[in-house]
Design a protein around this ligand. Structure first.
Ligand code: ATP
Ligand code: MG
Ligand code: MG
Length: 379
């Protein structure tokens, strides 16, 4: 049988491996961590870093095609693999997603509005920042996730102190926008340039981390959802993207749509598709990597996804204890996904709970019951 390789062994890699195996593939995971979630379930594991040429050569030798589950994998590693095997997404696309300055330039090139911003790489650029961008959010250009590497600033003095505090690395300053809500779209684009997408997801973030995703019709104005899908497809086309791409959006209080950022892989906000759609985002990933046909996914059930952060293991104090899964799973339409991580830490993504039901109202009601049992704040 054919083997699909993946760079990175986190939960996204694990769910890719599960899906690939379910479709008859062997899998190979490259990750330096011997306890990584994907490593625990993969046929092959190459325990080394992304910079190790021997490890990359071994991944290429084992695999018929390769993908990534980690957006900050060095573009050079993808390029080296691409000399030997089909790699999707390509290094050129991933490198745009890795750098907020290049990412925003791509949005502008695609004609999709994003927040007003300035690139800050030098003291001169810092001094020249327009006061129109304040209050704003200073974001490191590279390596940020879950709100890490971001500082909210109100004045030029705060901005200068914030740039100092992140070590004067390249950053973008974004204007703070008045958000009405946040949403995202998962697009899959095949090697033939054809695209399919999941329904638009409505997302609630808490402390910079995704907390809840809700997906059902009428959750968003239809015209807005159509606009988000069209923007996501044009961003994917502009990158000549092959693979699964998530595009995050803000909807502003005046109703306008603004793109936030992209992730060159399946995304936390697309996890509901595992139980609510006839094709999940991980099946879309397997199909694009393996060059299988794409068909438009159909959502068959309204869905709510609750993220299960490590905090839930400490709901009753300092000693970690297992959340009440049996009580949660006694609720109809609840689907538990845990990533096999041994240590629960606050803010760490340990798993997610998908809730499906016949109606949006029923899905929400069950999700609120599950949240109450788990100690997740209502939404
Ligand atoms: P992820 O884990 O999604 O990759 P990240 O660390 O890359 O997160 P962003 O998506 O840039 O962070 O921002 C995190 C959250 O902060 C957003 O989902 C939004 O709630 C808020 N936020 C970011 N930028 C802005 C902005 N310009 N105006 C208002 N709110 C913002
Ligand atoms: Mg991000
Ligand atoms: Mg984000």
């Amino acid at each position: 049988g054919a083997t699909l390789g993946v760079l990175g062994g986190g939960q996204l890699g694990r769910m890719f491996v599960h899906q690939a195996q379910g479709m008859g593939y062997f899998t190979a995971v490259l990750d330096a961590d011997p306890t990584s979630p994907a490593r625990l379930v993969s046929h092959h594991h190459i325990q080394t870093g992304y910079e190790d040429p021997q490890g990359l050569a071994e991944l290429a030798r084992l695999s018929d095609a390769v993908t990534t589950e980690f957006e900050n994998v060095p573009a050079a590693a993808l390029a080296a693999l691409a000399a030997q095997r089909p790699v999707s997404p390509a290094a050129s696309a991933v490198s745009v997603a890795q750098d907020r300055a290049r990412e925003k330039a791509h949005f502008v090139a695609c004609g999709v509005p994003c927040a007003p911003y300035a690139v800050i790489e030098t003291a001169e650029q810092l001094a020249a920042v327009s006061s129109d961008l304040l209050p704003g959010i200073l974001k490191t250009a590279r390596m940020g996730y879950d709100g890490k590497g971001q500082v909210r600033v109100k004045t030029p003095a705060e901005l200068a102190a914030a740039w100092d505090s992140v070590g004067k690395v390249p950053c973008v300053l974004e204007k703070m926008l008045p958000l009405a809500l946040e949403c995202s779209v998962i697009v899959a684009r095949g090697a033939d340039g054809g695209t399919v997408h999941l329904p638009v997801q409505r997302n609630l973030h808490r402390d910079g981390i995704l907390a809840v995703t809700e997906v059902f019709e009428q959750n968003l104005p239809p015209a807005l959802a159509q606009q988000a899908v069209a923007a996501a497809v044009s961003i994917a086309n502009g990158l000549q993207y092959v693979g699964v791409l998530c595009v995050e959006f803000f909807v502003l209080q005046d109703g306008s749509l603004v793109v936030n950022e992209i992730a060159p892989r399946p995304h936390n906000s697309g996890h509901y598709s595992q139980n609510a759609c006839d094709v999940s985002q991980f099946e879309l990933q397997v199909r694009t990597v393996a060059r299988l046909p794409l068909t438009q996914p159909r959502q068959h059930s309204p869905a709510v996804m609750l993220n299960l952060l490590g905090d839930l293991w400490f709901a009753h104090g300092d000693a970690a204890q297992t959340p009440p899964w049996a009580e949660v799973l006694a609720l109809p339409g609840t689907h538990l996904h845990l990533y096999g991580k041994r240590d629960a830490k606050r803010g760490r993504k340990m798993g997610h709970l998908n809730i499906t039901a016949a109606t949006p109202e029923a899905a929400r009601a069950t999700a609120l019951q599950a949240a109450a049992l788990l100690g997740i704040a209502p939404f």
